[in-house]
Design a protein around this ligand. Structure first.
Ligand code: SF4
Ligand code: SF4
Length: 291
């Protein structure tokens, strides 16, 4: 499976808008939403005929058997996540427990065991020959990166080996982004002209380089701060990173998204710019998979 990943660093830059437009323009048969904390790609992808759901289990949680506990306080002393609630009846706060098993290791009364804990749901949607993989993490659960890996693996297991997949990546710069980046052929970073977005862009580029993933950059809403948009383009030029273009701020985008419309099917300054970016992205991608 060849993969184009759309990333953003900072949230709210228009990553999913670009990803959903690319999916529609390419008539992609394989795509995924890796933003498992707050998936929203499905909102603009229309309805699907079939949906398969399966439970996702993260790290197990500690549980104390009150009948065996001798209230020695050792579990409370070692827990670095403040998940042990001390006596008179010791118990574990499952939201705070990270499943490290340290308390189980030190308990002199064998009163602690680990139990599997559901952390989310994996979802696989199908429509004719289209496959859409996504997931929802239960609020407060950890292991987002592991679930992102499951989303990608689920897609891979259900498509042809040489299929081109478009992935809507996780926002931010942490663990789920590393999981999103792993093994992709090209990461297109959608930035915006703000100091925080520029800073996050540099950090994602650094992570992508570490994972040897080629990147390209676009700037959305460039006309909100043209000088900063130019600085991002100059930075890319100096770093030898393809800067594929700029998307203007456009009220038509907001109206279309509020109606659940994909930008591929409307004509407006922003949608026209994204269509041109799609052609350029495809060109870079094809050169990469040929080399
Ligand atoms: S498993 Fe780790 S995080 Fe959970 S209660 Fe025990 S020591 Fe704390
Ligand atoms: S370490 Fe074991 S025996 Fe001691 S307080 Fe915790 S659960 Fe009870």
């Amino acid at each position: 499976m060849h993969q184009i990943l759309i990333l953003s660093g900072k949230g709210g830059t228009g990553k999913t808008t670009v990803a959903s437009t690319f999916i529609a323009l390419s008539k992609a048969k394989a795509y995924a939403d890796c933003d498992v904390d707050a998936p929203n790609l499905h909102l603009v992808m229309g309805s699907f005929e079939n949906k398969k759901e399966s439970d996702y289990y993260g790290l197990p949680k500690a549980v104390i058997d009150y009948a065996l506990c001798i209230a020695c306080n050792q579990c409370f002393e070692v827990c670095r996540f403040d998940a042990v609630v001390p006596g008179p009846t010791y118990h574990i706060n499952p939201v705070a427990c990270e499943g490290c098993t340290f308390c189980q290791y030190v308990c002199p009364a064998n009163a602690i065991h680990m139990e599997p804990a559901k952390a989310g749901e994996l979802k696989l949607f199908t429509r004719e020959d289209e496959i859409f993989s996504t997931a929802t993490l239960i609020m407060g659960s950890g292991n987002t990166g592991k679930l992102v890996t499951e989303v990608k693996q689920q897609l891979k297991n259900n498509v042809q080996e040489n299929e081109i997949a478009i992935l809507d990546g996780s926002p931010g710069i942490g663990c789920p982004v590393i999981a999103s980046l792993s093994g992709v052929d090209l990461a297109l970073i959608v930035s915006e002209p703000s100091v925080s977005a520029f800073s996050d862009l540099k950090r994602i580029i650094s992570s992508a380089r570490h994972l040897q993933v080629p990147v390209a950059v676009v700037v959305n809403k460039y006309d909100m701060q043209e000088r900063l948009a130019e600085q991002i383009a100059e930075y890319c030029f100096k770093e030898g990173i393809p800067f594929l273009g700029k998307i203007p701020y456009d009220e038509a985008v907001v109206k279309a998204l509020n109606l659940g419309k994909n930008l591929a099917w409307i004509n407006s300054p922003a949608s026209d710019a994204i269509k041109q970016l799609y052609d350029k992205t495809l060109q870079v991608f094809k050169e990469l998979i040929r080399s």
